[in-house]
Write a protein that binds this ligand. Structure first.
Ligand SMILES: CC(C)(COP(=O)(O)OP(=O)(O)OC[C@H]1O[C@@H](n2cnc3c(N)ncnc32)[C@H](O)[C@@H]1OP(=O)(O)O)[C@@H](O)C(=O)NCCC(=O)NCCS
Length: 149
């Protein structure tokens, strides 16, 4: 398994994973635009095939924001998401992040468990955040403490 920065030619694969992972996927153009935003836009490959991606950006100089993370359905529950999340956090910290923010659907048990396992704490609930009216749970990680553990 290899994790590297995403490139323009990865977008078709990233979009394939996006549309099969989310009921309200980001448009292709937005996934492309993040390539030009400062942060950590990563892909994970197995046997030269992209099986997951994450988008982490830096906001206000010291806040890391994980905008999206997804793993191909066939490769879930094998530690891929954990490796990707760990690498994204490390890169955001190297870019100055002290805290990491993430929003997650209230019903997304898999993602909430993953973030809790990493030490993310639930801080806020935003009602009707998603297009279908579902609430978002906003979670934060003390990234400095995370690296020290
Ligand atoms: C969330 C996601 C990225 C996790 O990726 P993954 O490669 O399956 O994660 P891992 O194998 O590293 O799992 C790590 C931990 O996450 C939690 N977890 C992952 N899948 C889970 C599931 N289906 N049910 C409950 N907990 C789950 C567990 O705590 C797991 O640890 P364990 O295996 O020791 O129990 C993946 O499920 C996914 O792509 N989902 C669709 C996209 C999405 O919802 N992204 C998050 C948006 S906020």
């Amino acid at each position: 398994m290899e994790i590297r920065e995403a490139k323009l030619e990865d977008l078709e694969d990233i979009y394939r994973i996006e549309i099969s992972s989310f009921e309200d996927p980001y448009p292709y153009g937005l996934l492309k635009a993040f390539l030009y935003h400062p942060g950590a836009y990563l892909v994970v490959l197995k046997d030269n095939r992209i099986i997951g991606y994450s988008i982490g950006i830096i906001r206000f100089g010291n806040l890391g924001h994980i905008v999206s993370i997804a793993v191909d359905k066939d490769y879930r529950r094998k530690g891929v998401g954990s490796k990707l999340l760990d690498e994204t956090i490390r890169r955001l910290v190297n870019m100055g992040a002290k805290m990491i923010r993430i929003e997650v659907r209230e019903s997304n048990i898999a993602a909430k468990n993953l973030y809790k396992k990493f030490g993310f704490i639930e801080k806020e609930k935003i009602e009707r955040y998603y297009p279908n009216g579902e609430a978002a749970i906003v979670m934060f990680l003390d990234a400095v403490k995370y690296l020290q553990r």
